[in-house]
Design a protein around this ligand. Structure first.
Ligand SMILES: Cc1cc2nc3c(=O)[nH]c(=O)nc-3n(C[C@H](O)[C@H](O)[C@H](O)COP(=O)(O)O)c2cc1C
Length: 347
């Protein structure tokens, strides 16, 4: 009994010390850990809809005194993830979490059937394949409201990555004990973080999951796999050009994928219209004798449309296949001309 009391005293001292130390970081919990300090702007909560970033990753967390919350937000920021805060329908008061006083939290943690209700709507998890699940350690385990979440939201088939904060306890069995609540999820090992863990430490921890890479592949490569043509519009007339197979053309596609550009072009040499691009493109220069309809990259940052022939060392970007000199000149005119370049995607 004396032994048990001493252990309890030691635990409470550690808790108070870590809480006090945490005040030097981004959070300022009181000694009893009952202050809720808002950490950042627009994090959606249980009663708000979750914004959709399309990253396939959501951070779901419960944080009563505000230690776990900043870690959840670091993960959100690093992975461009969505975030959802679990809030109790009946909010926990300061007295409810004064642990070792037979407070509400103490009783819930002891009661295997306790499932505190969640406020507001649950997030629609169908758009996510990875769920980071954050919680504080309460008597060695996840708070029972996390159990409510796992039994109400459908995490089957999703990768669930538990993380927690505590005064001193390790993650222990807290993560494994949740597996039976969602047996069809793909569970990763749980990780415990000290109160006041920094953004840099979270960034390091996240590297093992390689989730940023996955997101980039989705954003950057998929559109380029489709075929597209270069649309050239001048004085209300439109020409379609097929791209060359080189890195210059690929770079132009990638740039135009973000939006059309309009280039002011001047007549030069009685064989081309030439104008400056808003960016430099990689060069694949080679000796070319142009034909009417060639779209050429000159010196890496100028685009030319040829309506006649010329020989020079430059890079072909695309070619209007079926336009004659007269048709091109009818659209481009004899002098300066404003030309719009855009993409049109096909199968
Ligand atoms: C009811 C309750 C029980 C707790 N039990 C433990 C525990 O067993 N071990 C521990 O190290 N910390 C324990 N703590 C401290 C919290 O785990 C710690 O303060 C945590 O960082 C709080 O996270 P939050 O601010 O996100 O709610 C407990 C706190 C409460 C309120």
């Amino acid at each position: 009994m004396i032994m048990k009391r001493s252990l309890l005293l030691l635990f409470l001292i550690i808790t108070m010390l870590t809480s006090a130390l945490a005040g030097c970081g981004t959070q300022k919990p009181t000694e009893t850990g009952t202050d809720v300090e808002p950490t950042s702007d627009a994090a959606p909560t249980g009663s708000q809809p979750v914004s959709q970033t399309g990253s396939g990753v959501i951070v779901v967390y419960f944080s009563h005194t505000g230690h776990t919350k900043p870690l959840a937000e670091y993960i959100r920021d690093e992975l461009n993830a969505d975030i959802y805060e679990i809030e109790a329908k009946v909010p926990y008061t300061d007295d409810d979490i004064k642990y070792y006083t037979d407070c509400r939290a103490d009783r819930e943690q002891k009661d295997p059937s306790a499932r505190p209700e969640i406020a507001g709507e649950l997030p629609d998890l169908s758009k996510y394949d990875t769920v980071f699940l954050g919680y504080p350690i309460w008597h060695g385990q996840a708070p029972k409201i996390i159990y409510t979440f796992l039994e109400s939201a459908d995490v089957s088939g999703k990768t669930v990555i538990p993380f927690c904060t505590s005064a001193s306890s390790p993650v222990g069995s807290s993560a494994e004990n949740m597996h039976s609540l969602a047996p069809d999820a793909v569970w990763k090992d749980g990780t415990r973080f000290a109160i006041g863990t920094t953004k840099e430490e979270i960034k390091e921890w996240l590297k093992q999951y390689d989730l940023k890479g996955k997101e980039n592949v989705k954003d950057d490569i998929e559109p380029i796999r489709q075929t597209c043509v270069l649309v050239i519009e001048a004085n209300g007339k439109i020409f379609y050009a097929n791209f060359e197979n080189n890195s210059s053309a690929e770079a132009l596609k990638e740039k135009l994928n973000s939006g059309a550009i309009t280039v002011d072009m001047q007549d030069y040499g009685n064989f081309e219209k030439v104008g400056t691009l808003p960016w430099d493109l990689p060069r694949n220069d080679t000796q070319i004798t142009t034909e009417p309809g060639d779209v050429i990259l000159y010196q890496g940052n100028r685009i030319t449309i040829y309506y006649d022939t010329n020989s020079w060392n430059f890079t072909r970007l695309a070619r209007i296949g079926n336009a004659t000199k007269d048709e091109l000149l009818a659209a481009l005119g004899n002098g300066d001309v404003s030309v719009k370049f855009s993409l049109e995607w096909g199968e």
